[in-house]
Ligand binder design. Structure first.
Ligand code: ADP
Length: 606
C-alpha cells in the first residue's frame, strides 16, 4: 500500500506525524549519476554563459564612458561587448541542449524502471491502486523530476554564483551603493521563502487534483461502451468536471499567489532600484563637481545593470527552489513504487521436468487483502489427477474463480498450500508454472495489436504455428475472411471482434502455449448458436489430453467431468460425478433444479 501524505506533500505515518526522509534528496540527485559527464559539460557551458553575462554590464559602463574618449575607444569596447555576447550565446545553446538531453535520458530510464516495477507488483496491489493513478505517476510525477536533477540544480548554482559574483563586482564598483541595494534583500528573502513554501503546498494539491481527474477520465473513456449504453456522457462529464473544477480552484490560487509575489517583488526591487538611482545620481552629480569624488555615469550604468541581474537571479532562484521542492515530493512517490517489492514471488524457483499436470489444494484458506473482513476460501482440499477434468459449480460469489486465481498464484493462501506435481507452488518458478497453465475466460481481454500478435502473446511463434492453433481453435476461417488476415488489428481490448471471435482467438492464444493444465471459465452469457457451437467445439478439442479445471455452467460439461465440486461460501460442500451427486439429493441437485425452473440455460441442462 502506498504511503500517506499531508497537505504539504510531506510523508506522514498513521498518526499524521511526518516521516523523516532526508535520503530522498540524495537519492533524487543520484538519478542523474549516469549522466554525470553530460551534466558536467553542460554545467561548464552554463558557467561560461554566466561569466559572459556577468562581464557584459562592465562593458556597458565602459561604452558609456568611452564615448567621451573618442570613436576608436568606443568601437573597440562595443566590439568586445559583441564578442562576449556571441560567446555567451554559443555556450548557452550547448548548455540548453545538453541539459535537456540529460533530463530526457534520466526520465526515460526512470519511466522504464518504474513501469517494470509496477507491472511486477502483486495482483493484490492492483486491487487497491487505480490504473489512472499509476499511469499518472509514470507520466506526470516523472516529468516533474526531469528538470529537477539536471537543469534546475545547475541553474540554482548558476544564479547563486551569478548573484555572488555580481555583488562582489558591485562592491568593487561602489560599496555604499551596494549597501543601499542590500537593504532590501532581507525583506525579499523572507517573502521568497514564504512564497516558496506556499507554492509547494499548492502545487502538490494541484497535482493531486489533476491526478484524480485523470483517474476519472481514464475510467470513463476505457468503459466508453458502458457509458454510452446508459447515456451517461453527461454524468461522466459532471464527475470529470467536478475534479477539474477542484484543480482549477487550486490553480486560481496558484495564479493569484504568483501574481502577488511577482508584483510584490517588483515593487520592492523597483523601490531599491529607484533608491540606487537616486543615490547613484547624487554620486554622479558630485563627480561632475569634483572628478575625484563620486562615480562616473558609466559606473552607475554598470552598477544598475548588475542590480537588475541580482534581482533577476533572486526571483528565478526562488521559483527554481519551489520546483525543486515539488520534485522532491514527487520523487518520494516514485521511489515508493520503485522500492515496493512484490510479496508473491520466488527467486530461483524450481522447474519440474516431467510435470504430469497433477494439482492438489491442501487445507487452503484465503482472504482477499483488499477485503480483510471476509474469508473467501475456507479449508479447501481438492486433488485433480493428471488428465482429469474437474468442474467447479456453485452459486455466484462462492469462490470458484478465487480457487483458480490461487492456482495461478495471483495471490498466496493465508494458510494451507497448493501443490503442482507434488511440489509447493511457492517453491516453483512462477514463469515456468504459468506457462504450464492457460486460462480461457468468459470475457477474454485481447490487446490492441494484430490477431497474430495476440495469439503469440505468451510465446514467440512462427506463423505456421499460429495458423495451426488458430485452426484448432476454429478461428482460422474467420481470420482468413479479413482483408489483412492475421495482421488485422483488433482494436482496444479486441473491440473490433465479435464475442465469439474474441473467444476463439483467446483459445488459440492459450493453445499456443501447449499447456498441461487448462483453466476454463465457461461463458454464462449466450453467444449466438453458430458462434457458441464453434467456440464449444474448439474448447472440447483443446481439453483433450490436458488436466482441466472448469468453472462450469453447462450440463454437458458437468456430465463429462471426472469430478464435480460444489462450492458455496468458500467451502467445498459436495464432490462426486454428476450422476452420483444427483442421486445424493443434496445441494447439487437443488442447484440443477433451480436453474431448470428459473429457465436458465434450460436447453443445455435437459
Ligand atoms: P465465483 O467465481 O464463485 O463467482 P469469486 O471467487 O469470484 O466467486 O468470488 C468470491 C468472493 O470473493 C466474492 O464475495 C467476491 O466479492 C470476492 N472477491 C472476488 N475477487 C475479489 C477481489 N479482487 N478483491 C476482493 N474481493 C474479491
Amino acid at each position: 500500500i502506498l504511503h500517506l501524505y499531508n497537505d504539504d506533500g510531506v510523508e506522514v505515518d498513521k498518526d499524521g506525524k511526518p516521516v523523516q526522509k532526508n535520503v530522498d534528496l540524495i537519492r533524487l540527485m543520484s538519478l542523474a549519476k549516469p549522466e554525470l559527464p553530460l551534466i558536467l559539460f553542460a554545467t561548464f557551458c552554463l558557467f561560461v554563459t554566466s561569466g559572459s553575462q556577468m562581464l557584459a554590464p562592465l562593458f556597458f559602463g565602459k561604452v558609456v564612458d568611452s564615448a567621451k574618449k573618442g570613436m576608436d575607444e568606443l568601437n573597440r569596447t562595443v566590439l568586445t561587448l559583441f564578442i562576449i555576447y556571441v560567446f555567451g550565446a554559443v555556450f548557452s545553446l550547448a548548455r540548453s541542449w545538453l541539459f535537456t538531453l540529460a533530463g530526457q535520458r534520466v526520465v526515460a530510464r526512470l519511466r522504464k524502471r518504474l513501469f517494470l516495477s509496477i507491472i511486477k507488483q502483486d495482483v493484490a496491489f492492483f486491487d487497491t491502486n487505480r490504473t489512472g493513478e499509476l499511469c499518472n505517476r509514470l507520466s506526470s510525477d516523472t516529468q516533474v523530476l526531469q528538470n529537477a536533477v539536471t537543469v534546475n540544480i545547475s541553474m540554482l548554482s548558476r544564479y547563486l554564483l551569478q548573484m555572488i559574483g555580481s555583488l562582489i563586482l558591485m562592491f568593487t564598483l561602489n560599496a555604499k551603493l551596494t549597501g543601499v541595494l542590500l537593504a532590501v534583500v532581507p525583506i525579499v528573502s523572507i517573502c521568497a521563502v514564504q512564497y516558496g513554501m506556499f507554492m509547494k503546498k499548492l502545487s502538490k494539491q494541484f497535482q493531486d487534483r489533476l491526478g484524480e481527474a485523470g483517474t476519472e477520465a481514464e475510467e470513463s473513456l476505457s468503459s466508453i461502451r458502458t457509458v454510452r449504453t446508459f447515456s451517461a456522457e453527461n454524468k461522466a462529464c459532471d464527475i470529470y468536471n467536478k475534479y477539474i473544477d477542484k484543480s482549477y480552484n487550486v490553480g486560481k490560487k496558484l495564479a493569484a499567489a504568483g501574481g502577488i509575489f511577482e508584483g510584490g517583488v517588483g515593487i520592492l526591487v523597483s523601490g531599491a532600484i529607484t533608491l540606487v538611482l537616486w543615490y547613484g545620481g547624487k554620486l554622479v552629480h558630485e563627480n561632475y563637481a569634483d572628478p575625484t569624488k563620486g562615480i562616473t555615469p558609466g559606473i552607475l550604468t554598470a552598477f544598475l545593470l548588475y542590480t537588475l541581474q541580482v534581482a533577476m537571479a533572486f526571483a528565478l532562484m526562488s521559483s527554481l527552489y519551489g520546483d525543486f521542492m515539488r520534485a522532491v515530493g514527487a520523487s518520494i512517490r516514485v521511489f515508493d513504487l520503485l522500492d515496493k517489492k512484490p510479496e508473491v514471488y520466488c527467486e530461483n524457483g524450481e522447474r519440474l521436468v516431467d510435470f504430469d499436470g497433477c494439482i492438489e489444494y491442501k487445507n487452503v484458506d484465503f482472504t482477499y487483502p483488499s477485503r480483510p473482513e471476509t474469508q473467501v476460501v475456507k479449508n479447501v482440499n481438492l486433488t485433480v489427477e493428471p488428465g482429469q477434468m474437474v468442474a467447479l459449480v456453485g452459486p455466484s460469489g462462492g469462490g470458484k474463480s478465487t480457487l483458480v486465481n490461487l492456482l495461478e498464484r495471483f495471490y498466496d493462501p493465508d494458510s494451507g498450500s497448493i501443490y503442482l506435481g507434488g511440489v509447493n507452488l511457492k517453491d516453483l518458478d512462477p514463469k515456468w508454472f504459468r506457462q504450464c497453465m492457460s486460462m480461457v475466460s468468459q470475457e477474454p481481454t485481447l490487446f490492441a495489436c494484430s490477431i497474430k500478435d495476440n495469439i503469440a502473446y505468451g510465446k514467440n511463434a512462427t506463423l505456421d504455428e499460429i495458423i495451426a492453433v488458430a485452426k484448432e481453435a476454429n478461428a482460422h476461417e474467420f481470420i482468413s475472411t479479413f482483408e489483412d488476415g492475421y495482421d488485422t488489428l483488433v482494436g482496444e481490448r479486441g473491440v473490433r471482434l465479435s464475442g465469439g471471435q474474441k473467444q476463439r482467438v483467446a483459445i488459440a492464444r492459450a493453445l499456443i502455449m501447449d499447456p498441461k493444465i487448462l483453466l476454463l471459465d465457461e461463458a454464462t452469457s449466450a453467444l449466438d448458436a453458430e458462434s457458441e457451437h464453434l467456440v464449444q467445439e474448439a474448447i472440447d478439442r483443446a481439453m483433450k489430453g490436458r488436466t482441466i479445471i472448469v468453472i462450469a455452467h453447462r450440463l454437458s460439461t458437468v456430465r463429462d467431468a471426472s469430478k464435480v465440486v460444489v462450492i458455496d461460501k468458500g467451502q467445498i460442500v459436495e464432490v462426486g460425478t454428476h450422476d452420483e451427486l444427483l442421486c445424493a439429493n443434496g445441494v447439487y441437485k437443488k442447484l440443477v433444479l433451480r436453474q431448470l425452473t428459473a429457465g436458465n440455460i434450460v436447453e443445455k441442462l435437459i
